[in-house]
Design a binder for this molecule. Sequence first.
Ligand SMILES: Cc1ncc(COP(=O)(O)O)c(C=O)c1O
Length: 369
Amino acid sequence: MTKIKREILLNPGPATTTDTVKYAQVCPDICPREKEFGELMEWICTELSLMAGKPDRIETVLFGGSGTAADEVMISSCIPDNGKLLIIDNGAYGDRFAKIASVYKLNFEVYKSSGFEPLDIDKIKAKLIEGKFTHFAIVYHETTTGLLNPAPELCRFCHEHGITTIIDAVSAFSAIPIDMDKDCFDFMASTSNKNIQGMAGVGFVFCRKEALEKTAGYPMRNYYLNLWDQYSYFKKTKQTRFTPPVQTMYALRQAILETKQEGIENRYARYSSCWEELVKSIKKIGLTMLVPQEIQSKLITAIIEPDTPNYSFDALHDLAKSKSFTIYPGKLSNANTFRIANIGDIQPEEMTAFTVILEDYMRSIGVVK
Ligand SMILES: Cc1ncc(COP(=O)(O)O)c(C=O)c1O
């Protein structure tokens, strides 16, 4: 196996992958309607379900598409016409949930909160009850800022009050340990190209079985992204209704094998060690993190840009890129930030190597003396 040039992606996905995942895509041509391919997808569903809960409790439904497709599947398929949805918006992805709900003209309200302060849990609980909401949607890890929302606590409250829960775990799954039964997540979205360390192209929706069964009679608001249709067709045929991303599925199988080998808790520990290297350097340079350390995910860090005209994100990006590190701009309209993610196939010593570049750059513009 020829080694592929190593590029370290410090953007929040698609994440850096191993060469074995990359090479898994190089395989004999196969018609995805063949039994063998159906068995591959069934294996992928079973293994993903096992990472999200106990055997026989969770069904995973695959779609060709990105994380947003998986989010749109949940919002469009999991709420009946007489339902009422509360969406938590404390970042770009909560806002995206609301945009999707508005496209489908659902009955919903948005609870807005700052992107860098903890949610007011009591206020949300009161709103859920007073507003007689039937459904609740939240982003577990807001990748916009790196804030980790208390999704399990809020969802447990929802279940005590008969409210169905919808979670965007696109950038949380396969790093933050999740048990959908214990955490009271009914529907949860993620994707093949973030912490699972596969290639982009497969969106997955995890469903608690009882919650999924209830959606059978819900209105079909779109065609491609319908959860029940995709689930029931796959159950009968072991085929997706439409052409799946064939080679991406082979890469996903390899990524799942590698995730099992490492273990999700160990993976999160590795990611956390990379984050600690980064935080050490941020403090040494004297930069400020947008989100208080204790409510961060340890998966991505939003850093406030230094207040000097000498600073240029593009210059920092280009310097890092010339040394095979890709960094990411901020995504907030009210704060100038840049973001460093630490997910994917990266090691703490690689993060340390990046921090040397960061410190050199900050020295070159006079931020570090
Ligand atoms: C929390 C979260 N939700 C949804 C998405 C959207 O995923 P995609 O860009 O794959 O559509 C992202 C992407 O970064 C994300 O971080």
